[in-house]
Design a protein around this ligand. Structure first.
Ligand code: VGL
Ligand code: ZN
Length: 208
């Protein structure tokens, strides 16, 4: 049972969005090609889904500015611009993403007191989202992960998949993903590789 996890392909992470990732919208045609290819038995997508007062937003911390390190629930936390607020256009999937073919949507980041980069659990690794149980129940043996952003939500989702789904082969699809900084992307790919995650292209993924 082969599954595809599309991470946070939302307006907020695309050009024009509140936390735009360079070239973020370029993953959409690649994701659609993966969806249409018939390679996957199961297609799931995660959606960053924050309340307006989320603690990862600099706006929740007087005196803090975007992209500096602050504190959330006693732990270091990147201060993000407000993004992907529940029910706003910023939180919607990119309009060209073929969402009709997505079988399951995992929302995350609803708890104001903790950030949740991974689609599987909060950053403090306390609360899980239920996605690992869902994929295990479906009998998933192979999971390809891609989307936005490589150096945050994609990386943490792929690493958690390895840890929380023992026996499942996890791969990262590089050309179906974009990251926030070049250094972050390089480090994320190295970290994923070191944890046994194969780095593949969409062509390789479609070929099997
Ligand atoms: C993400 C930062 C904050 C992501 C989400 O989807 O990579 N990054 N929230
Ligand atoms: Zn977020």
């Amino acid at each position: 049972m082969k599954a595809l996890l599309l991470v946070d392909i939302q307006n907020g992470f695309c050009p024009g969005g509140n936390l735009a990732v360079p070239g973020g919208d370029e993953v959409v045609p690649v994701a659609n090609r993966l969806i249409d290819s018939g390679t996957y038995d199961l297609i799931v997508a995660s959606q960053d889904w924050h309340p307006a007062d989320h603690g990862s937003f600099a706006s929740s911390h007087p005196g803090k500015t975007h992209f500096e390190i602050g504190t959330l629930s006693g732990k270091p936390q990147m201060m993000w611009p407000d993004h992907c607020v529940q029910g706003t256009p910023d939180a919607e999937f990119h309009p060209h993403l073929r969402t009709a073919d997505i079988h399951f949507i995992q929302q995350k980041g609803q708890d104001s007191a903790v950030d949740s980069y991974s689609a599987f659990r909060d950053n403090d690794q306390d609360a899980t989202t239920g996605l690992a149980d869902y994929l295990a129940q479906q009998g998933v043996t192979d999971l390809d992960v891609c989307g936005l952003a490589t150096d945050y939500c994609v990386k943490f989702s792929a690493l958690d998949a390895v840890e929380m789904l023992p026996g499942v082969t996890v791969r990262f699809i590089e050309d179906a993903s974009r990251g926030i900084t070049p250094e972050g992307i390089t480090a994320a790919i190295e970290e994923m590789r070191s944890r046994g995650i194969a780095i593949v292209t969409s062509d390789q993924a479609i070929a099997g």
